[in-house]
Design a protein around this ligand. Sequence first.
Ligand code: GLN
Length: 315
Amino acid sequence: LVIPDFEVFCQQIQDIFLDTQRNKGGEVADYIPQLARVDPEQFAISICTVDGQRYSIGDSNTNFCLQSSCKPINYCMALEELGEEKVHTHVGREPSGQSFNELALNLKGLPHNPMINAGAMMSCSLIDNKNNSADRFDKVNKTWQALCGGKKMSFNNSVYLSERQTADRNFALAYFMREKNAFPENTNLTETLEFYFQCCSIESSSYDLSVAAATLANAGTNPLTGKAIFKSSTVQNCLSLMLSCGMYDFSGEFAFKIGLPAKSGVSGALMLVIPNLMGISIWSPRLDEVGNSVRGVEFCERLVERFSFHQYDSL
Ligand code: GLN
């Protein structure tokens, strides 16, 4: 067992959860009503180890939309299909140092990395792009389902419709990229954006999403089903970019303090990967100024204070 005394470990996680729960800081995202209306008090932690031990506390069966936490998986799918070299002729792998929807591209006219909006739209444009929209969405949805261990993902259509209706910035980014010839040939801009909004609107619970995080921790093989979803080289690339770019313009700070790959989303989702050990899904809707879950970040800080999970704690 990777965590021999799992019960004692879970007791400590519960303590950290209760301490973190006192934090009422931050505000829920309000750019769409569907997120503004979410009960801000909700808080969930779920853990799945690479050998399948599980623990959850809080609102771990309540669904929330993936939002930006869909980005690492879309990137993995593009890598699996096209390989590292091809994918990175369309998207960079350098932190942008700017907000997730900043109207900015790198010197080559490409998105800085796949973990911000421009880069995520680029991943969407690459996935199965000879196919029709319905099949492409099915492919993403089925991949998530396999990552989570088999349970069907939900889709929040109101979130999707709202995203699509308030998408001026994302359209601006997409046109900017098209002007720079960044997309693959024959990319349909509207379809690509809709595909991206659909990915953001997929829903699941922390209980199920912790298994997806554990699959990344386990080099792409789902620890519960034993199914290989991604190659280890794909996951390695993805975790490298989650470490350097996964927490928006707090990524450098997070890598410094926490030292672990993670990806946040404006729904308050946070996926934390402890390679070869476990995946953790955290969800609490109140966000800080850059768009990360306040309790999510605090939980991670407390976690590495208590356990030597920071990558360089082993030094
Ligand atoms: N749907 C949001 C957007 O594209 C997701 C961004 C996020 O989670 N940071 O703006």
